[in-house]
Ligand binder design. Structure first.
Ligand SMILES: [Fe+2]
Length: 224
């Protein structure tokens, strides 16, 4: 009975990262000069990474979180989970359009305006979804999902991510993360990662942001 319940602050932290980075994408695409494929390759690689993070994040919720909530969250869950699933479908459809346009744009800069528009639609849908999730789902999850079950969400993403990309994605997330929440997330990591990542990950993100955004300190969304 005394099992610790989910600490959902890590979800806010990931949402803040996605909010910041997806909001910047349409402009990043539009700013690439026609034919500048060196630059489109840099922006596209950044976008591919983010899309993969987003896809895994939602896949984890579909597979782990919605079933738990439907099982235990009563009428409140029954009322909101279908909306969440519908929003996920809308986001996946936007992601599909992005995935259709991105490879050609990456290698030729062709159809940049269409790609930027697809990223805008993706961002608008994502923002609406994250805000519904924060208002309706996270308060419920805190009540009915245990800490051990909640940890499966992070493990789902970890198990399907490229290990090479993890330090950068962590740095991206730490950029606006509360240090206490970062420590809690890292407390599940192996000792070496726990010691090294707080130093390495922010530096990796700073140099990545410099290359992609033109500054090591992109504007913070600063919600949490
Ligand atoms: Fe989420």
């Amino acid at each position: 009975m005394n099992e610790p319940m989910a600490d959902v602050r890590d979800m806010y932290m990931v949402h803040t990262m996605m909010h910041r980075e997806f909001e910047l994408l349409p402009r990043l695409v539009r700013d690439v000069a026609s034919g500048d494929t060196a630059r489109s390759a840099v922006v596209a690689r950044h976008a591919e990474r983010l899309c993969h993070v987003l896809h895994l994040h939602h896949e984890g919720e579909d597979v782990i979180l919605w079933p738990l909530l439907l099982d235990r969250g009563g009428a409140q869950a029954l009322a909101i989970v279908p909306t969440m699933e519908e929003q996920h479908h809308g986001i996946e459809a936007a992601l599909e359009l992005v995935n259709m346009l991105l490879p050609a744009w990456k290698s030729t800069t062709r159809n940049g305006e269409a790609l930027a528009g697809a990223f805008q639609v993706l961002f608008d849908r994502l923002l609406e979804h994250m805000s519904t999730e924060e208002n309706e789902i996270l308060p419920l999850a805190e009540k009915v999902v245990t800490a051990a079950e909640w940890a499966q969400l992070g493990e789902h993403s970890l198990s399907k991510s490229s290990k090479k990309d993890l330090p950068l994605v962590l740095g991206m997330t730490m950029y606006e993360g509360d240090p206490e929440v970062v420590r809690a997330v890292l407390s599940h990591a192996p000792l070496l990662a726990r010691l090294v990542m707080p130093l390495v990950a922010p530096r990796l993100y700073a140099s990545h942001a410099k290359r992609v955004h033109g500054t090591a300190t992109p504007a913070r969304v600063g919600r949490h």
